[in-house]
Design a protein around this ligand. Structure first.
Ligand code: COA
Length: 343
């Protein structure tokens, strides 16, 4: 028994923030952001919009793509849940009409979607669920310090979702081989210090530096870790599947920085034209990054039969990779240049 990808959908909030707009308030230039990250614009939620709102839109599109009205479980990968408690997954499932369906969150930052995929495959393989809706959604702009040029330039909001069903290992879309890893030794490289039990127990509610309520990122160190971890992780997945880099048609890597992906492709011996990217339009959307990328890549860059190498890296530190043959799906990809209508 295997788990097979059978539906895909994405959604972006309508508000676009360009590099030029960021430069009005930050000590940076549009050209610096574009040349050092590949990002030209990103989407952000408007006041009052939360991660679950984005997740519901992407989830609905993925269910439609699969032709499903029910699933056996909902997994929401997010690092920006609506509230610290409870998890946002149950509310998302209910709003999708998935009554009393098991639902929970996976918090693994930018690796969250790959961790969620492995979780979904596990639920199906163990016979717990016959299908899973996996959503990656983030309103992470709410956790980014608007005055910090290192992070405010990089992150954006969005959502993407996949549907998995029980299937055969030899079917296109089958997910079998994963490599997952984590290293808590470097957890401080990407962290939001306040808000959890550590600072509350030490200083009480609301104390400490306001900047501690936002993401702190040691950009250069994270960059180096990202390239090395994704290189090793993808090599392990290729080895496990008996494939080599020349078998890979598409490198669908986490969209954190286009230079990270170029460095990764070079280290794997993959030509640059195998990289698919939408980072110029969406920035780094953490757990939403991979499904949003797959969704937009179906617009001509990803065709049935392609061997797709998926890899992600993020806070934790954490990383994960998998390889699959792209299935024939009915997808209506998000239009990166236009506002999407909510449904
Ligand atoms: N505009 C102008 N200068 C900036 C800047 C910005 N937006 N952001 C950082 N700088 C400055 C730094 O302050 C530093 O200045 P200094 O030399 O005077 O100290 C200089 O640029 C170089 O900083 P560095 O961090 O080495 O730059 P970089 O080329 O590595 O690019 C990032 C910065 C954040 C784009 C890059 O490190 C990165 O992408 N890191 C990984 C991000 C990531 O993957 N995060 C999420 C994990 S999934």
């Amino acid at each position: 028994m295997s788990a097979v990808v059978c539906g895909l959908g994405g959604w972006l909030p309508p508000t676009i923030v360009t590099n030029e707009e960021l430069c009005d308030r930050l000590d940076t230039t549009p050209e610096w952001i574009r040349s050092r990250t590949g990002i030209i614009e990103r989407r952000v939620v408007s006041s009052g919009t939360a991660t679950s709102d984005l997740a519901v839109e992407a989830g609905r599109r993925a269910l439609r793509s699969a032709g499903f009205s029910t699933v056996g479980a909902v997994v929401l990968a997010t690092t920006s849940p609506d509230r610290l408690c409870p998890a946002s997954g149950p509310e998302v499932a209910t709003r999708l009409g998935l009554v009393e369906t098991p639902a929970f969150d996976v918090d693994s930052a930018c690796s969250g979607f790959v961790y969620g995929l492995a979780t979904g495959v596990g639920l199906i393989s163990a016979g717990v669920s016959d299908s899973v809706l996996l959503i990656g959604a983030e309103a992470f702009s709410t956790l980014v310090n608007p005055a910090d040029r290192t992070t405010a330039t990089v992150f954006g909001d969005g959502a993407g979702a996949l549907v998995l069903r029980r299937g055969r290992p030899d079917e296109p879309g089958s997910l079998d081989a994963f490599d997952l890893g984590a290293d808590g030794e470097h957890s401080d490289l990407l962290a939001i210090p306040a808000g959890g039990s550590r600072q509350r127990s030490a200083t009480g509610l609301g104390h400490g530096d306001e900047a501690d309520w936002y993401l702190h990122m040691a950009g250069r160190a994270v960059y180096q870790q990202a390239v090395a971890r994704m290189r090793d992780s993808t090599r392990r997945v290729l080895e496990r599947t008996g494939c080599s880099a020349s078998d890979v048609d598409v490198l669908a890597g986490h969209q954190a920085n286009i230079r990270i992906l170029e460095a990764l492709a070079e280290r794997l011996g993959l030509p640059g034209d195998r990289i698919v990217s939408n980072i110029d339009r969406v920035g780094n959307t953490l757990a939403a990054s991979i499904p949003l990328l797959l969704d937009t890549a179906t617009n001509g860059n990803l065709i049935p039969g392609d061997r797709v190498l998926i890899t992600a890296f993020g806070a934790g530190l954490s990383w994960g990779s998998t390889l699959l043959t792209w299935p024939d799906l009915f997808v209506q990809p998000v239009d990166l240049s236009a506002e999407e209508e909510t449904t």
